[in-house]
Design a protein around this ligand. Structure first.
Ligand SMILES: Cc1cc2nc3c(=O)[nH]c(=O)nc-3n(C[C@H](O)[C@H](O)[C@H](O)COP(=O)(O)O)c2cc1C
Length: 359
């Protein structure tokens, strides 16, 4: 079965859920390493106080016994501790008693750059909270939990995935923006090492690894651009400067450059996979932009709700999870296996067949 991720959950609802299908049986999961990634996602310069309220922890409801996957759907839950303050406002059932806590009043001041206005029109809503709660990047906690599982699987075949922020002036930019009640974005990079040649395929668009990585990153809140390898810079280069010449030594084929970012024709080529994502400045501003009231149509200012000044460091962790999950999916397609042992053995047999060794 193909590796698949389904998520559910609202930002201030009871919990976020990740359902991971298609894992092999016998993979040992470590709760603390999943929690560590959840913690990394919550940290970073420029985050809001919400991150201190909630120390995310994973719970497992299905698919795991005594720390080993059963080869059945793995159900992960991350509770929203802040839900306590939204019990009435985000009650799944019609709330009982007098309105209390947060989320009582409908949101009628849509924020530019958020799902608020488009969501209200699309779904026929009167309260933009019904749109913004799911559109929120709180959802990425579920992605990170699933990504931690994917990284555990990838480690079994020698693949390591790591995300980081590019640029060393982020803290200064954040300080300046905060002082002016503004926000900033930035660029993150994810590198995957040990990826063998042959993940993905040129056969169809859907199978191309570059397309899949771009889709999973573009599918993440606030990501507005993705590039693989030298990406946009390649457009301005000559062919002679843009490609990675093929060399051969006793260990196999290798390249001296990696402008392609480890992917040619939608297939991994054995070099490091290098993917970058550009994040827009966060759209909830403490100095709100102009908007129009959903009830009256009158000119107004957008909703001001507690919000981060920047979340680029968090995006690096989320992007790492996204790339890891997609690579794990491609690895499951290539190596299959109902058990972890079968999966690892298929990988080993393949590596022995091809003239390539990880560097
Ligand atoms: C990790 C992470 C944290 C975010 N935190 C905030 C935030 O605190 N405030 C905000 O306005 N947007 C935040 N965003 C961005 C919005 O969720 C996003 O811009 C919005 O849902 C609209 O989607 P789009 O930017 O993909 O078009 C965050 C995004 C990520 C990836």
């Amino acid at each position: 079965m193909a590796l698949r991720l389904t998520t559910a959950g609202e930002s201030h609802g009871p919990a976020l859920l990740a359902l991971v299908e298609g894992l092999p049986a016998g993979l040992v999961l470590d709760r603390s390493s999943i929690d560590e990634d959840l913690r990394r996602r919550q940290q970073g310069y420029g985050r809001s106080p919400r991150q201190q309220i909630e120390a995310d922890e994973v719970e497992v409801l299905a698919g795991l016994r005594h720390g080993r996957t059963l080869g059945t759907p793995l159900a992960l839950v991350v509770r929203n501790r802040d839900h306590e303050n939204w019990r009435w406002g985000m009650s799944p059932w019609p709330p009982e008693g007098e309105p209390e806590g947060k989320g009582k009043a409908p949101v009628t001041l849509p924020r530019p750059g958020h799902a608020d206005l488009a969501g209200v029109m699309k779904y026929g809503l009167s309260d933009a909270r019904d749109a913004l709660e799911r559109a929120s990047a709180r959802h990425t906690a579920a992605i990170v939990a699933a990504g931690a599982v994917a990284k555990t699987l990838l480690r079994e075949i020698g693949i390591a995935v790591e995300g980081r922020v590019l640029g060393d002036d982020l803290e200064r930019r954040i300080d300046e923006a905060r002082a002016e009640r503004d926000t900033v974005g930035g660029v993150v990079e994810v590198i995957a090492r040990g990826v063998p040649p042959g993940l993905g395929s040129y056969a169809t668009k859907d199978e191309r690894l570059d397309a899949r990585l771009a889709a999973t990153l573009m599918g993440t809140q606030a990501v507005k651009g993705v590039e693989i390898g030298d990406g946009f810079a390649l457009a301005g280069k000559r062919g002679s400067e843009a490609h990675d010449e093929i060399l051969r030594d006793e260990e196999g084929y290798r390249r001296e450059t990696n402008r392609a970012g480890g992917i040619e024709a939608g297939v991994s080529n054995g070099e490091e996979i290098v993917v970058r994502a550009a994040m827009k400045p966060l759209p909830t501003l403490m100095r709100p932009l102009r908007s129009a009231d959903l009830e009256t149509g009158e000119a107004t200012e957008a909703l001001v709700e507690r919000s981060d000044v920047a979340a680029v460091e968090a995006l690096a962790v989320v992007a790492e999870a996204c790339v890891a999950f997609e690579l794990a999916r491609a690895a499951r397609e290539k190596f299959g296996g109902d058990s972890l042992a079968d999966f690892v053995a298929a990988h080993r047999a393949y590596i022995e067949r091809i003239p390539w060794s990880p560097r």
